[in-house]
Ligand binder design. Structure first.
Ligand SMILES: NC(=O)c1ccc[n+]([C@@H]2O[C@H](COP(=O)([O-])OP(=O)(O)OC[C@H]3O[C@@H](n4cnc5c(N)ncnc54)[C@H](OP(=O)(O)O)[C@@H]3O)[C@@H](O)[C@H]2O)c1
Length: 252
């Protein structure tokens, strides 16, 4: 079987790191990006110990065009091509209400969650078209499907835009052998979300948990498993889909 190569943005923690691990476990070579140098070194070290030579960590901000270019160049230099793109880097801000969202905050959240994903699709699609194979998976959110639980309107708008991008690209790129799908997580207990959770009152925490029929929050690995489903060679007839990984909190 041909060895595939993936890019995961924001792969040094949380859902992104779980995706990198899940890919490496399946023999997929992975390049990933993160900003914090300490986190990057720690992730690269533990990945290299477990899967020598199969992962490549790069420092940089996905909203920086030069960092995106360097990521794609480094991965193709090292592994030959990019078969799979996971647009994972993202997140909201501390503003939860319309009147609290400053213009700069709105621009930053749209930039990291939507614009960077758009630009990376544009960067890797020519390679995928040439190969007649590609898998693009965008990490959206329940916020873009329904409404945010721990986030604001700018984040919901950016994630809804990302879902629309996936649907449109699936039509455009299907004839080239490229599938484009979306994973929309509910509350997933990463370190970042645990901090937001800890800041809530016991009453708010109870209300949030009651919203999840399975009675718990998700794990990064559960999201990574959904990503791997879309990424595999055998998923070529699934495109333009959005898979909710949210414990039943919202069903389309
Ligand atoms: N956790 C949830 O409950 C949840 C729910 C729905 C959707 N999501 C979505 O899932 C994705 C991952 O969330 P997460 O909770 O796993 O986040 P996380 O635990 O905070 O991890 C984010 C990862 O992305 C990196 N990153 C963040 N901003 C970046 C940037 N501008 N450029 C490059 N790397 C960046 C972080 O490293 P550095 O900070 O060092 O760069 C880290 O490696 C996001 O798109 C988020 O919106 C999460």
């Amino acid at each position: 079987m041909q060895r595939r190569t993936a890019i995961v943005t924001g792969g040094t923690a949380g859902i992104g790191l779980a995706c990198v691990e899940a890919f490496a476990e399946r023999g997929v070579a992975v390049g990933f990006l993160g900003r914090n140098p300490d986190r990057l070194v720690a992730a690269q070290r533990q990945l290299e110990d477990r899967w020598p030579g199969l992962t490549l960590g790069l420092g940089g901000d996905v909203t920086d065009p030069d960092a995106r270019k360097a990521l794609v160049a480094a991965v193709t230099d090292r592994f030959g091509t990019v078969d799979i793109l996971v647009n994972n880097a993202g997140g909201g801000s501390q503003a939860y209400r319309l009147e609290d969202v400053e213009d700069a905050d709105l621009a930053r959240v749209v930039d990291v969650n939507l614009q960077a994903a758009f630009a990376l699709c544009r960067a890797v699609v020519p390679m995928m078209k040439a190969a007649g194979f590609g898998r693009i998976i965008n990490i959206a959110s329940i916020a873009g499907r329904d409404a945010g639980r721990l986030s604001g309107p700018h984040y919901a708008a950016a994630k809804a835009g990302l879902i629309g991008l996936g649907r449109q690209l699936s039509r455009e790129l299907g004839p080239s052998g490229i599938t484009v799908n979306t994973v929309a997580p509910g509350v997933i207990l990463t370190d970042r979300i645990r901090q937001k959770w800890d800041a809530r009152s016991p009453e708010e925490q109870r209300t949030l948990l009651q919203d999840v029929p399975v009675g718990r929050f998700g794990t990064p690995q559960e999201v990574a498993d959904a990503v791997c489903f879309f990424a595999q060679d055998g998923s070529g007839y699934v495109s333009g889909a959005c898979l909710d990984v949210n414990g039943g909190s919202f069903r389309a």
